[in-house]
Design a protein around this ligand. Sequence first.
Ligand SMILES: *Cc1c(COP(=O)(O)O)cnc(C)c1O
Length: 439
Amino acid sequence: MTLAELLPTFRHSLPKRLDGSIWPDGAAALPSGDVTIGGVSLTELADQFGTPGYVLDVRTIRDRCRAYRALDAEIAFAGKAFLCRRMAALLAEEGMSLDVCSTGELATALAADFPAERILLHGNAKPDRELRTAANAGVGRVVIDSLAEIDQLVGAQDVLIRVTPGIDGHTHRAVATGVEDQKFGLSLAGGQAAAAVARVLQRPELRLVGLHCHLGSQIAEVLGYEEAVRRLVAFTAEIAVRHGVTLPQLNLGGGHAVAYRSGDAEFDLPGFAARIPRVLHYECRKHGLVVPQLTLEPGRAIVARAGVTLYRVVTVKHGSTRTFVAVDGGFSDNPRPSLYGSRYTTRLIGRVSDARERTMSVVGRHCEAGDVLIPDALLPSDIRAGDLLAVPCTGAYHHSMASTYNLVCRPPVVAIENGAPDLWIRRETEADLLRRDVA
Ligand SMILES: *Cc1c(COP(=O)(O)O)cnc(C)c1O
């Protein structure tokens, strides 16, 4: 029996670990009601940097990179999940590769001296200017997404062809990208992928290094990836027979699910690590192929759980059937509930409350009735203006999807590393907004 079990009062004075499936590694709730991440107080961060604000735990990001790097595969972080110069530098240090899908993401990576040869350029509609910028920067690989794009490419370039394998990853329609009849990729079944291969091979400056597919996002099961390996290896074998070329790489994309709420299904990374290389080796042997190098492109699975968003309660409105807790952010810092119906939880921080918990709606400040962050938050019934709320698992697709709707300035990103806060991205100001308003 431990001292904490013998003395209840002593136990109540100890920090309590928060659910590690949705909070950053080592996040703890203190008896005062505060929450610490890497030893740093969230209420102090709110005081110092203001609200709303994004907090990012660097330890968690590094640990996630290392969990993936332990696999026998190249790991290319999907920059669209979250990118800034510090993030790009961290990824370089961790031996990661990087997916970009705009000149903005490319410029950010290059400004951090991220090695261009480890960058992959994605996109279903890459303007000529973007392809030229990438070529001039020496971007390692371009992932071709249409037949027309093959003619747009100029100069020597390693390329992959993005294939739609016709696999349903069982996810939200808006993020299901592996199925037929959506805007990404070239259909395997329809023959467009084969046509793209032939057209690339007619261009001696282009080197076809492999096939790519991305099944979608928030996929928890390994099964879809197994099927993707079978179909892509079979197609690789077809290419070898028809054209006499071997493809040294196989890119299985990202889409690995994270838990946003306690108990949500997460991607089975150990299961993936155990199954996929075996399936790949088996299929390659069956077709008499040399085993290609695997590339994976996780975004969310690297950075989501590292992030926490802090909001200040502005007003509490008791409606006839429902209580609305309105905070100082909303749709502009997190459009995901409106776009995908994404669900989150929140926690009162900075004070303890003995009041009974009730279900209420946490709503944003924007001029949209749909600006509801959490329709069913469980919060103490004495919640009031000035209280602080923390929303976990907001490190991916939050800052990167933020807008200035209502000309609300975007929140800062404060990283925590080695027990201290480090401002990675400052809060946007009205002067920033007016700087673009040039007429
Ligand atoms: C979005 C995307 C990813 C990353 O998706 P996650 O769900 O964040 O893992 C990887 N590859 C491609 C091509 C993508 O479009």
